[in-house]
Write a protein that binds this ligand. Sequence first.
Ligand SMILES: Nc1ncnc2c1ncn2[C@@H]1O[C@H](COP(=O)(O)OP(=O)(O)OP(=O)(O)O)[C@@H](O)[C@H]1O
Ligand SMILES: O=C(O)[C@@H](O)C(=O)CO
Length: 418
Amino acid sequence: MLLGCIADDFTGASDLANTLAKGGMATMQFVGVPQTKAPAECEAGVVALKSRTVAPADAVAQSLAACEWLLAQGAKQILFKYCSTFDSTKEGNIGPVADALIKRLGADVAVVCPVFPATGRTLFNGHLFVNGRLLNESGMQNHPLTPMTDPDIRRWLGYQTKTEVGLVPFATVRAGADAIGKALSAEAAAGRCLAVVDAVGDEDLHAIGAAISGAKLITGGSGIALGLPENFRRQGLLSGRGTSFTQAKGAAAVLSGSCSVQSRAQVKAYTAKHPGLVVMPDDVISGAMTPQIAFDHVIGRIALAPMVYSSADPDDVRAAQERHGKEEVAEAIEGFFGELAIMLADAGVSRLVVGGGETSGAVVTALEVDRFHIGPEIDPGVPALAAQGPRPVRLALKSGNFGALDFYDKALAALGAP
Ligand SMILES: Nc1ncnc2c1ncn2[C@@H]1O[C@H](COP(=O)(O)OP(=O)(O)OP(=O)(O)O)[C@@H](O)[C@H]1O
Ligand SMILES: O=C(O)[C@@H](O)C(=O)CO
């Protein structure tokens, strides 16, 4: 293994694996920290954790365990992948995990770069934009678990970390890899071990990638990985081996627990043409809606690739959280989707598309997937996946805000055919 990656959620892990696979690295996504060795052919290993919204100490422990495993597989460089919208709270978990990895790896400075231009995430003067709107005006201020109310990444990260946070401004990034490298050395010399790095386009990310070829630790969204395969290729370390992904033949269903703006539009577009079953938190908690009821509903319409969704407007999400508690609602909905996914896979449904990072984590964990082979990209940041493990289904794990309006139809076609 050349590059070892730790992703704080499952859609994020497949987003990163997609970038590395497209860049020509033989990439595998592992579900949790594996108990066994990575296959010898794996050049980039992505360990998918579900650590974005757990308690900071738990996120640190999980991330350090992943780091140890990746180092034991020979990884020369560690990448900590978080969300391109920097999903976190004032307490964590990006800062505490970055601090712990800096200490473990003895890194003098690590870049902080959530930028992902293909999905409209850009960073200027340390401020994060989503499709040209400041992060806190992009819809992310209403996120059910990590409402993003501050677009200033230096300030937000400053609440979370014990490390001083610096900035490499856009003018320096545009001056190219040498200038970026010098600026990062200056940040390190000044004791600022985390450096937020501006970028607006892929060319900036390639330049940053070239500048950090020797870095022990890199942090960011999937965009920060754009330039990394080239660093290994230049050294003659890549095999050029392709992926082992194959499509499936069989029934399909879609599960959406994401409440993002884009997910709600995608749910509306999909259910205009396919059967849809809406699942309300109150009903799941009271037992009026169970995985068995949903399963019976879906199986009765399976030829039409039905969708089961809990995606709701911010007001409804807030009201449910006030009635039951934030964690309780999330746990109930995620548990529901996990159990439903097991029933569907065991009944022979071989193509499943899941909307939402936490929801995807719940589904993939429930299905006991060991690892994924990475298939073709469906929309920016979302590849088709072939699960390895007791239930070898084909899956697509869609981040809340990713994908075009017709994403779900395209995803089912990318995973195979009836
Ligand atoms: N109707 C609802 N009311 C309250 N909470 C909900 C509702 N539906 C889903 N949730 C919870 O909201 C959270 C949505 O998070 P999830 O990560 O799945 O989507 P997302 O944040 O949009 O996606 P991503 O993390 O990929 O950006 C989950 O914990 C889910 O259980
Ligand atoms: O970076 C992103 O936006 C995604 O990969 C993600 O992490 C969403 O959960």
